[in-house]
Design a protein around this ligand. Sequence first.
Ligand code: ASP
Length: 355
Amino acid sequence: MNIRKEDKPSILLIYTGGTIGMIKNPETGTLEAFNFQHLLEHVPELQDVKCSISSIQFDPPMDSSAMGPESWQKIVRIIAENYSTYDGFVVLHGTDTMAFTASALSFMLENLNKPVILTGSQVPIGMLRTDGKENLITAIEIAAAKENDIPVVPEVCIFFENDLLRGNRSSKINADYFNAFQSYNYPVLAHAGISINYDTAQIYRPVSRKPLKPHYKLDCHIAILKLFPGISPQVVESILNIPDLKGVVMETFGSGNAPSEEWFLNMLKEAVDRGLVIVNVTQCHAGSVEMHRYETGYKLLEAGVASGFDSTTECAVTKLMFLFGQGLTPEEVKEHIHCSLIGEVTVPENFYTGN
Ligand code: ASP
């Protein structure tokens, strides 16, 4: 597709797949990926949007549950190769793993100073009650928005059901309703009603004017260890001893608490001592890990567990993949886990001073 409008912002639409472009198979009744041109034919309104739009599509389009580092690299490559030609990028993506992709892209696109807006839909664009049209059109408007010739939202975001969320702060929270995404630990960046209201104070401002530095290397030797009452030594041991494992995102209770049994703490300490980076994130949707608050959390700190603060699991997983992908040592990875690289975590002011 190519809609050219002189002197208007130019947007590149990257169609990766997902429900937004699917159609019902009349025989099986299941939703299957369909042709991108067909998707666009259902949105004649794109002709009225005040920007030039071009598109690139994944061939074949993918269900996002099948996406991973290779697809993220593909998206990064498309953005890097077209970076100077376009004012903004809209990535059409399945909702299932959109929060992982958005988190990964935020790390992989270093020095980003143009909008990269991910969106999709819960109902295909060709169906009567689709949410895809609104999501697509508003995402394009956000990607094209400028003030004094500077992009309003120069970061990786998810736009869904009226809200613009920081990508690496988002999670998919609903499989049925239109408001499928939330960012519990960071304010909404913009709300789209009759007009789009930006909360400019919350939007990430790039600190340097350096050129975009795309990163392609990710290390997938990562695991998630979700604690539950009654978890057995066999489960913990088998995860912590996965051959070549480098990082573990440990989902703990409340403000970062875990059982204080000796076998558990010893296993963690032994794993940390041999170079595994264990990042503590909470199973709660909102709030932060604070290992100083309870004795049970403090013991994790003593065992060498790193704090993931208020990180989502999606963000912690992709941050570990990214950091290990850069060839950093476990100590360096832990140092970076304890920093906000691109607004993905809130590091408490007293974290380094301990006051
Ligand atoms: N399974 C679809 C996907 O993530 C769901 C969606 O797009 O909403 O690709």
